[in-house]
Design a protein around this ligand. Structure first.
Ligand code: FE2
Length: 284
């Protein structure tokens, strides 16, 4: 499985165009006035933005095969969780098949197979090369998402016990945070307990090198963009990154050098801090 796409809304699509360009994302030629489709690799889109109140509308999780998708639907239904296959939405997202459900926080999830590969090559406006796969290790998805849950135990049951996400490690912040993987990327989903708040905190995009990260940081600083955390390195996935608030409200972590996990040579650890250095919170 992999974190395949994310759907956002925002009433200032033009702001998103500028923001995406500063991240090095390419605006797809399939974009319309009411749907901005953003690319980071060969896929037709990885981020979709439509007009509306600032929100994360859905997160798309890519399943490797149709059989895997069918098994997932059976598992969700057997657990009493409503899930619906939608051919219309599949067409809209440009995938072969899609099943829609929601997690215990009410976040809409779309499990899909058969993502569309664009005819046109990916060309970053900043020369950025994004890490979405690894030669020999397969699909890594666009990055990761981090989300808070009011009901942490329900989220843990849903993602770990039911969907089978593997715990990579635990971070002790105010509360324990679980960092979970579905492919060799250290984590595709991290979540923690925040009372009264079930919401996405950020999504991460990974590029190949620190100069691309540094040049993006320069662009955001020069533009007076709402940076939310300065440059730093995480303890667990070793990502060198900074955070900036997107026009949809959700933060974007932009980094490089993220760690990949070999299931045969990995032990789960509990970290007392999420950063080796940096990531100082900023006002953005
Ligand atoms: Fe992150």
């Amino acid at each position: 499985m992999a974190c395949g796409y994310i759907g956002l809304s925002c009433n200032a699509l033009q702001d998103w165009r500028t923001f995406a360009a500063d991240l090095g994302m390419q605006v797809s030629s399939d974009s319309t006035e009411t749907r901005l489709l953003l690319r980071v690799d060969e896929r037709a889109f990885r981020v979709s933005v439509e007009p509306g109140e600032d929100a994360v509308r859905y997160v798309g999780w890519e399943v490797a095969s149709e059989q895997g998708l069918d098994r997932l639907a059976v598992r969700l239904s057997a657990a009493g969780i409503e899930c619906t296959e939608s051919p219309d939405l599949a067409i809209e997202r440009g995938v072969d098949r899609l099943i829609r459900t929601a997690d215990p926080g009410g976040n809409v999830l779309e499990f899909f197979v058969g993502a569309r590969i664009a005819r046109e090559p990916f060309v970053s406006p900043t020369g950025a090369v994004f890490v979405t796969s690894h030669r020999g290790r397969g699909d890594l998805g666009f990055g990761h998402v981090v989300v808070t849950f009011d009901d942490y135990e329900a989220a843990r049951h849903f993602y770990i016990d039911l969907l089978g996400f593997d715990v990579s490690d635990i971070c002790l912040l105010e509360q324990p945070w679980l960092f979970t993987r579905v492919n060799p990327r250290h984590h595709s989903l991290a979540f923690g307990h925040v009372p009264g708040q079930s919401a996405y905190h950020h999504f991460m995009l990974e590029v190949t090198d620190e100069d691309t990260v540094g040049r993006a940081l320069d662009r955001f600083m020069d533009a007076g963009a709402p940076l939310t955390a300065g440059l730093g390195r995480h303890t667990n996935d070793l990502m060198l990154s900074f955070y900036v608030r997107s026009p949809s409200g959700i933060e974007v972590e932009y980094g490089c050098q993220g760690r990949l996990i070999d299931d045969n040579a990995w032990s789960t650890a509990t970290y007392e801090s999420d950063r080796i250095w940096g990531h100082r919170r900023l006002g953005g």
